[in-house]
Design a protein around this ligand. Structure first.
Ligand SMILES: Nc1ncnc2c1ncn2[C@@H]1O[C@H](COP(=O)(O)OP(=O)(O)OP(=O)(O)O)[C@@H](O)[C@H]1O
Ligand SMILES: [Mg+2]
Length: 269
């Protein structure tokens, strides 16, 4: 296998059509191709480098979340394989991977405790609290450390989740539409926070699923477009524009138009 951080090698996924749930990691069980299954992902080949920020765009239902679940080891591909650091993904690995998603904070813990739980390696509770406080400061939530998640606004909860991701210092960060529940202005602020996080964790490889083309253009090193169903790789294109990026620049305008075109979306209505 190659020296990529994440490698998708001819990954296909079928889900059973009847409501039994996906084929999961159970006694080495693998999905089987038969008439009772729906093909969700077909022959995905993709190589992602260490530290790369890759956004995945595609219409609803084309299999973006399923792709992330395979990388996270929650779902096993029916055919093909996913490799991280040249090791085949065989199931969930909490050690180097962090899944960033809405509603992931433990509601029964304060945000300080939530962040301290993400810290790896520190045994002493007061040390953990001390370090967790530093991460809350980075996202300007130090005044709210004793708040429970339900006492925070949506944007504050997302910033607490960012603090958790920073604390975990993951090798691989999987992000599935984290800001979809936020208002437009808060989403814009969260873009800044994500860029900041990527700057702090520059060795972390980020797979970022979004429906927001501008979010992808502003944040990522590369945009991968899927079509389907069944989900296939349509294109993979680097964005070689340094930060800070002006979305109205001619290069990004052109890329935006190309992406709309590839997704079959009409921008002039
Ligand atoms: N547990 C499951 N069992 C059966 N089918 C599933 C399951 N999870 C997802 N699917 C199907 O797989 C297909 C892809 O779903 P997925 O959630 O990966 O799409 P998506 O691209 O993330 O969509 P969205 O943009 O709406 O989040 C859909 O047709 C969906 O119905
Ligand atoms: Mg999804």
């Amino acid at each position: 296998m190659s020296k990529n951080k994440i490698l998708f090698d001819r990954v296909s996924l079928e889900y059973p059509k009847e409501p039994r749930g996906p084929k999961r990691w159970r006694n080495g069980e693998n999905g089987s191709a038969n008439g009772n299954c729906a093909l969700v992902l077909e022959n995905i080949d993709l190589a992602i480098q260490t530290g790369e920020f890759v956004s995945i765009l595609g219409h609803s239902g084309c299999g973006k979340s399923s792709l992330l679940k395979i990388v996270a080891g929650f779902v096993k591909p029916t055919r093909g394989s996913v490799w991280i650091d040249e090791h085949q993904v065989q199931g969930p690995r909490a050690d180097h991977m962090f899944v960033f998603q809405e509603g992931a904070l433990f509601p029964w813990h304060t945000i300080l405790k939530n962040v301290s739980l993400a810290l790896n390696g520190l045994k002493d509770e007061s040390e953990r609290r001390q370090e967790a406080r530093q991460y809350l400061e980075l996202v300007s939530l130090e005044a709210y450390e004793d708040y429970y998640p339900h006492m925070l606004s949506g944007g504050m909860r997302q910033r607490a989740e960012l603090a958790r991701a920073l604390a975990a210092k993951p090798d691989v960060l999987l992000v599935d539409e984290p800001f979809s529940g936020l208002d437009y202005l808060t989403r814009l602020q969260m873009r800044e926070e994500i860029l900041y996080l990527h700057g702090m964790l520059d060795k972390t490889t980020i797979l970022f699923v979004t429906h927001d083309i501008d979010e992808a253009l502003q944040l990522s090193d590369r945009v991968v477009i899927m079509n389907g169903p069944p989900g296939r790789l349509h294109s993979s294109r680097p964005i070689e524009v340094p930060h800070p990026r002006l979305l109205s620049s001619p290069v990004l305008n052109q890329m935006r138009n190309d992406i709309y075109h590839q997704l079959g979306v009409h921008v002039a209505l």
